[in-house]
Write a protein that binds this ligand. Structure first.
Ligand code: ZN
Ligand code: ZN
Ligand code: FE
Length: 755
């Protein structure tokens, strides 16, 4: 049979995930001669092949590649040379290409390694076991190319045993950079009552005993420290709440197994896939059975995950409880603690035991959070297991640096035709978070050999990210593009789905500066990636106290009632008090610190307060979240909605508020009113979108903005759109909250620059 020399270039997440050994083994099996090398943006195979084998080879690559890897494209060309190969080999990596855009996220421990811990003599119980298919990646990488000496595993010299496995091409640990064993690898160490415990079995015995006794411990993990306690122990959870200085924000929990999760929560197929996936995110689930009351007060949903490090499995083996609180170790909204010194300083006096290990965490990563709408996953916090995976933009993005938003910040780089979003950073108003932001940005730029040519940021001049962007651009002498907040939200979703044609974008969120100087947040835009036209928005109302109003839902209730001249419900007036009502009314009347807003988030807040669900939020978004949680308890699924009208321009809300007050006065159950309100909003969005689609000759609708984290609202919307047969695009890989803003900024800047 006639054979040709061909080069197969595979792009995607194919480096540092055992792809080359996989190709090697496959080629051996199929008797193919040639070589495989790590290359710019991927992996290249050079081989001499006949036509019949060739198809099968590609097919098997597509079907059998390691589960952690993902193939974006396979490009094939004939080679000039007619080089002869003897067998198949793995070529050693050359120097780092400047074009690398894919760095593997961290990967949960794999089943094979779990088994190896029980049988490999040098790895019996070794807690830091890993292979090419699992283990730490992003959190330990300092520089590229991805080699042990450029990771925080550098101080650990491989023993001869490990070295041998590292060099064995056919093995699962061939070039597994963080690979080690009991003789040469990292180890845990704990201090308890001034005594130091160094052996792993002592540590296990100690930690599980303390957990059983209801103590809180701090443990260094993959991307930071966790605070851990028994999620079924009331006292333990109570002391954890005190320790974190956080009033009501729900804690995430880790279950022993899938079977145990199913005892406590409702899990559909897609949710199960996510829970067991190598990314091991926290998945928000509908709770069936209560945990300790302090875990997630007033919530119907619970954030659950499965073990992803060896020590997690070992704990559950020794414990009776099937569930642990695993919350990131930080105080209030500060970044997750990563160093032993910080951990000692912040928690040394408050936890009974601090468990450290000596593998440095270089890149901080919180646990990621995902929820599922029907069958569609939608990420809420994108960090461990996801970052820094890049996204194909379908347009040149080279040199674009996006600074993101403010409270749920991420930044993003444009490289070649990819968008590389950072891990979740947090609220830039914190000094510590701001440092984390700057440090991570420097590290991303160095890691990806990034040369900034274009800066892009939010239109809001007071965002710390915008200030930083201006300073950076000035110091480098490069131009700045400013993107309207809600346009960026829409563009992120468009970029994710590769939508280049104009769409109707429905962006509902808390706040964002509009181009008329008002605070937007209930927007219907006609937009593409370059520009937008604001077609309609929720009617303006005063935002008494500006940003402050977002934590005092009752202020918004007053603003709406005053706006539409509606009476105060008796219980509301009693709770809030005449003085407060009077003060807010005066503020609005005299226009003192009361800008106009069309924010949908603030409307949800107002309703939450009117229904006596939440007057004051202890964390961002609490009032709206609790409103949804109430609505979830409604047993009937009626399709009653309050009156609204659709139009271009302003969408008045008087009918909706009047309807709510009327229902309230008949003493209808609040969960029912909350449910009706949610359905009304879904209905309003559907009808308005339908109207605008027809009017503007557009076929697709994208939604984004923090309000669509609301599971009930988005599910209702999904169903309404399905009924109307209108294609609805819901953010999936990129958060719909402000964590997605940086990606949208890159998309807008790229489209603008390439115009
Ligand atoms: Zn493994
Ligand atoms: Zn070793
Ligand atoms: Fe936003």
């Amino acid at each position: 049979m006639y054979e040709k020399n061909i080069a197969i270039h595979i792009r995607g997440l194919v480096q540092g995930v055992g792809f080359r050994p996989f190709i090697y083994r496959l080629a051996q099996q199929m008797n193919i001669s040639g070589e495989v090398e790590n290359n710019t943006n991927g992996v290249t195979i050079h081989a001499k092949l006949s036509a019949d084998i060739y198809d099968l080879f590609i097919k098997r690559i597509r079907e059998e590649h390691p589960s952690v890897s993902s193939i974006h494209s396979i490009e094939i060309r004939e080679e000039e040379s007619d080089k002869e190969y003897v067998g198949f080999s793995i070529a050693s990596s050359h120097t780092a290409s400047n074009k690398v855009t894919q760095v593997s996220p961290d990967i949960a421990i794999c089943p094979k390694c779990l088994a190896d811990r029980k049988r490999q003599p040098h790895r019996i119980f070794f807690p830091f076991i890993n292979c090419t298919e699992c283990g730490p990646r992003f959190t330990i990488i300092k520089d590229l190319p991805y080699d042990r000496k450029r990771t925080t595993m550098a101080p650990f010299t491989m023993c001869p045993h490990c070295r041998n496995e590292y060099l064995t091409v056919a093995g699962r640990r061939f070039h597994a950079q963080p690979m080690a064993c009991n003789d040469c690898g990292p180890s845990y160490a704990a201090t308890y009552k001034k005594e130091r415990y160094g052996t792993y079995s002592q540590i296990l015995e100690m930690t599980t005993r303390l957990i059983r006794e209801g103590e809180v411990i701090a443990v260094r993990g993959l991307g930071g420290y966790h605070l851990v306690c028994d999620a079924l122990h009331e006292g333990a959870v109570r002391s954890l709440r005190e320790l974190k200085q956080r009033d009501n924000k729900p804690f995430a929990v880790m279950f022993r197994s899938m079977e145990d999760i199913k005892q406590y929560a409702l899990v559909n197929k897609e949710e199960e896939c996510l829970l067991v996936s190598w990314r091991r995110p926290i998945v928000l689930l509908r709770q069936l059975k209560p945990l300790s009351s302090g875990v997630n007060p007033q919530m119907q949903t619970i954030g659950c995950m499965l073990p992803y490090m060896a020590i997690h499995y070992d704990w559950f083996d020794a414990l009776d409880t099937p569930v642990l609180v695993m919350t990131s170790a930080n105080i209030s909204d500060m970044p997750i603690v990563i160093s032993p010194e910080e951990a000692e300083r912040c928690f040394g006096r408050n936890v009974s035991l601090l468990l450290h290990h000596n593998r440095e965490i270089y890149n901080r990563a919180d646990d990621s959070v995902v929820q599922v709408f029907g069958r569609q996953p939608s990420i809420i916090r994108r960090s461990r297991g996801y970052a820094p995976e890049s996204l194909f933009a379908g347009i040149k993005t080279e040199g674009i640096l996006a600074f993101g938003a403010e409270t749920v910040n991420t930044f993003a780089l444009g490289k070649d035709d990819m968008i590389i979003p950072s891990q979740y950073i947090g609220d830039l108003k914190n000094w510590e978070t701001h440092n984390f932001y700057q440090e991570s940005m420097d590290r991303f730029m160095r890691l990806f050999r990034f040369r900034p040519r274009q800066v892009v940021c939010d239109m809001h001049p007071d965002y710390h990210s915008s200030i930083e962007a201006a300073r950076f651009a000035y110091s480098k002498g490069i131009p700045v593009i400013k993107v309207q907040h809600h346009h960026a939200h829409a563009a992120a979703c468009m970029a994710e789905y590769g939508l280049d044609e104009p769409v109707i974008a429905v962006v509902f969120d808390g706040t964002g500066l509009g181009d008329d100087g008002a605070i937007w947040g209930g927007e219907f835009l006609l937009c593409d990636k370059i520009s937008y036209k604001r077609l309609a928005h929720l009617e303006y109302v005063s935002l008494p106290g500006g940003d402050k109003a977002s934590l005092n839902a009752w202020r918004m209730a007053i603003a709406y009632l005053l706006k539409y001249n509606l009476p105060y419900p008796v219980s509301f007036a009693e709770r809030v008090g005449a003085l407060n009502i009077d003060t807010i009314q005066t503020m609005i009347g005299k226009n003192i610190n009361s800008p106009s807003t069309s924010s949908a988030g603030r409307l949800f807040d107002a309703v939450s307060s009117l229904l006596n669900i939440c007057d004051d939020s202890t964390y961002q978004g609490e009032a709206a979240i609790l409103l949804e949680q109430q609505a979830l308890t409604e047993k009937t699924s009626e399709s009653y909605f309050y009156p609204f009208s659709i139009s271009e321009g302003t969408l008045p809300l008087e009918g909706i508020l009047r309807g709510i007050l009327t229902d309230l006065s008949t003493e209808m159950a609040v969960e029912r009113i909350a449910y009706r309100f949610h359905f009304t909003m879904a209905k309003l969005i559907t009808e308005e979108a339908k109207f605008l689609l027809a009017k503007n000759g557009v076929g697709k609708v994208v939604i984004s903005g923090g309000c669509f984290q609301n599971h009930l609202l988005t599910r209702m919307l999904q169903r309404c759109f399905h009924k109307e047969k209108i294609p609805l695009y819901i953010p999936s890989l990129i958060p719909c909250n402000d964590g997605g803003i940086s990606v949208g900024q890159v998309a807008v800047a790229a489209a603008t620059v390439n115009k």
